[in-house]
Design a protein around this ligand. Structure first.
Ligand code: GLA
Length: 722
């Protein structure tokens, strides 16, 4: 490509995207209707005859003009903010009680404004109650190239006296046109995170929610017309709530076939008193629409997270190869063994050495120590510093495990401050893993945690923090707080959690942060904007991991997915070490074995695999992921990562059981694999396959990957040859 052409080419891209951004929100001539447009979708809002702001369309952008009522029971539009009040026939987003006890809301349009929020166009529409001092603003931020809109609500008590009690405030709602729909959402339990579940949405409401701060699934979801299962084409509405406390999403199917999707913070056992002039802002919810099937959803959600959401300081950095000592030592850590592990880790090519649980005062097992964040002098008589220095001298960075939000009853902290945990008087304090949850809504708890972790990071050369959270929220009592704040305690907790991470990140801008909650128990887009990684699951068995990772990669970027190679073998299959490495190399590679016990053969395999990972990790960590074959469809899994120029790719193939041809379903018989995301007219070579092929051929006809046998794996580089 000559320079002139390059210039024109980039010029075109820039001007197109500017145009797209400028046109993202079109305001009607009357100033009271709006078309919100992304690459594929259109969302229409207008002020209706009763003065309320109404949404009339969310779907293909070409259908924006149609809003036709066809019958009495037809619900073809929906208030932008559904409220408790009037003819309540939809899921309410806003439910309040005014000072005089009135519980109904009547909103009418007041004003609107076009804004730019974090680089994207946004529409703010203000509505007010017709009588009471309540102002409600809807924000809609448009992400045109990702086919998504982001919504949230701000509520203000504009009165001079008396509080307004908010009993429910969800962040956004959309109405899908009449059709028969299937919902796919992701749930799970410890060790089995992100399990896809698909169900038909019949008349009534299907709710997915979190009530105890733990999810093991995700608030991300897909809704498709029934029978549309093609991975690469077809309509999909999708979304995700960006909140790390309790969230909920309701899918309400009406008799006429339309579907309302509403989501945000879960107000179960929660209320907020809004004093005069006070404002409350809910978390954000993303909604998207694509006609590129499930793959379109992945491209939107994952690219957005990778390109725009991850902490900016580390967003574009290549992730290091990690060692983590948890499975090698559990709580039995000491300087000598950690140094021995680090020495081997360095020889293998590992770059970051992370000490997991067990390093702090009294932490001999999971019954003691949480809360006392000073080093255990029995295990580390000289403190952590000399050990870190030696590890650094080996050429490794050092990382550490913490669990700030928890306390063991057997700890100095709890003995000094038994009132610092969530609890109700006269009620049991429910322990989980022998621990209780600190009430982080309290400022004294926040300050305590801040001081200890500030000191820890200040005094030691720590480059990586694994931030864990191992207990579900129970007993959410905060009886010493003013009565009107007691049921808002969860909201304050999450605010302070975010504040603690953000403050520490600001003070220690070079440190990587990993989010963990007994595995993937708290993975959401709000955590994704504050942490660089997620510990995906405590289940490191490669077979289970293939399933967990397939779903994770549907929703989240590969460069956030830490995956360790360990001795765990949940199904007694004794998979080959190479197989385990290949599975872990699909994200951010880590090792968790007791590598001091490894023989030369194991070390050789690991050294070669780590070198191979380093050679491909730019593509793995920054490329687009295509789930060519999902393990949920066949007895193998195939992932393809393509770099942004579409000239280099990597294919991961994981065979599971192999059956003789004809003994399986037709779609599993052919070994042919159709690739994705290549340039049709460019020729490519594939490692291990002779000849070269046009991108078009590889995508339309496919190739046979030369890998045979159950529980075999392979990694194949694809390169443009011209
Ligand atoms: C949780 C985490 C594990 C490990 C242990 C340590 O279970 O998910 O990875 O850190 O805690 O106690």
């Amino acid at each position: 490509m000559n320079n002139k052409f390059l210039f024109l080419f980039y010029g075109l891209i820039t001007s197109l995207s500017v145009t797209a951004q400028n046109n993202a929100i079109q305001v009607g001539n009357d100033g009271k209707s709006w078309n919100i447009i992304t690459r594929s979708s259109g969302y229409r809002l207008e002020v209706s005859t009763n003065g309320e702001v109404t949404a009339t369309h969310f779907g293909n952008r070409l259908n924006l003009e149609r809003t036709e009522r066809t019958g009495r029971n037809d619900r073809t539009s929906i208030p932008e903010i559904t409220v408790r009040g009037g003819l309540v026939s939809a899921t309410p987003m806003l439910e309040v009680v005014f000072t005089d006890g009135v519980r109904d809301i009547e909103l009418e349009y007041k004003s609107s404004e076009l804004l730019t929020i974090d680089g994207y166009p946004a529409l703010k529409i203000v509505q007010c109650d017709k009588y009471y001092s309540l102002e409600v603003s809807s924000f809609i931020r448009v992400l045109p190239e990702y086919d998504m809109i982001e919504k949230w609500i701000e509520v203000i008590n504009t009165g001079k006296k008396g509080s307004i009690r908010i009993e429910n405030l969800l962040s956004g709602s959309v109405l899908l046109p009449k059709d028969v729909y299937e919902l796919t959402h992701y749930s799970g339990v410890w060790g089995h995170e992100f399990t896809p579940q698909t169900t038909k949405l019949t008349q009534g409401t299907k709710t997915i929610q979190v009530k105890d701060f733990k999810s093991y699934g995700s608030s991300s979801f897909l809704v498709r017309p029934e029978g549309e299962t093609d991975k690469y084409t077809g309509k999909v509405w999708f979304g995700s709530v960006s909140y790390s406390g309790n969230w909920r999403i309701d899918f309400e199917k009406f008799f006429n076939g339309t579907l309302q999707i509403t989501g945000g913070m879960n107000f179960w056992d929660q209320e907020v008193y809004l004093k005069p002039q006070q404002k409350f802002t809910g978390p954000r919810i993303l909604f998207g629409y694509t006609e590129q099937g499930a793959e379109g959803v992945t491209m939107s959600l994952v690219s957005y997270a990778r390109e725009k959401l991850l902490p900016a300081s580390h967003r574009d950095k290549i992730r290091p190869v990690l060692y983590n000592s948890w499975y090698a030592t559990t709580f039995n850590v000491n300087e000598e063994h950690q140094l021995a592990l680090a020495k081997v880790a360095k020889e293998l090519g590992i770059e970051m050495f992370v000490i997991d649980d067990g390093w702090f005062k009294g932490r001999v097992n999971d019954k003691a120590g949480l809360g006392d964040w000073t080093v255990d002098k029995n295990k580390f008589p000289n403190g952590l510093k000399p050990m870190i220095e030696k590890i650094n001298a080996m050429g490794l960075d050092f990382g550490i495990w913490i669990e700030p939000e928890m306390v063991n009853p057997n700890s100095d902290l709890y003995r000094a401050h038994p009132d610092w945990v969530f609890h109700f008087p006269n009620r049991q304090r429910h322990e989980g893993r022998n621990q209780l949850m600190l009430n982080l809504a309290r400022e004294d708890v926040y300050q305590y945690l801040y001081k200890y972790f500030y000191d820890l990071l200040k005094e030691n050369n720590i480059m990586f923090v694994k931030w864990d959270m191992n207990k579900a929220l129970t007993d959410p009592g905060f009886m010493s707080a003013p009565g009107d704040e007691q049921r808002a305690v969860r909201i304050k907790y999450v605010e302070n959690l975010y504040r603690l991470v953000e403050t520490l990140r600001k003070e220690f801008p070079d440190v990587w942060f990993e989010n963990c909650s007994s595995g993937g128990g708290r993975v959401d887009l709000a955590m994704m904007s504050r942490f660089d990684f997620n510990w995906t699951s405590d289940n490191t068995d490669p077979i289970d991991r293939i399933f967990i990772q397939d779903a994770y990669l549907t929703l989240f970027p590969a460069n956030t997915m830490i995956s360790w190679v360990t001795q765990e073998d949940w199904h007694r299959m004794n998979p080959a070490l190479e197989y385990k490495f290949d599975v872990s190399m699909a994200g951010v590679l880590g090792v968790g074995y007791d590598i001091t016990q490894w023989d030369d053969v194991q070390k050789k395999i690991a050294t070669e695999k780590i070198a191979q990972y380093k050679a491909i990790r730019e593509i793995v960590q920054k490329g687009d992921v295509y789930r060519i074959v999902s393990p949920y469809e066949e007895n193998r899994s195939i992932l393809q990562y393509v770099d942004k120029h579409k000239r280099n790719a990597v294919i991961f193939v994981y065979n599971m059981a192999e059956y003789p041809a004809n003994q399986t379903e037709e779609n599993q018989r052919s070994p042919l694999v159709k690739l994705r995301g290549l340039l049709p007219d460019v020729r490519y070579s594939i490692e291990g396959i002779s000849g070269d092929f046009s991108g078009r051929y590889l995508m339309d006809v496919g190739v046979t990957i030369p890998l045979r046998g159950g529980y075999k794996s392979g990694i194949y580089s694809v390169e443009a040859v011209e």
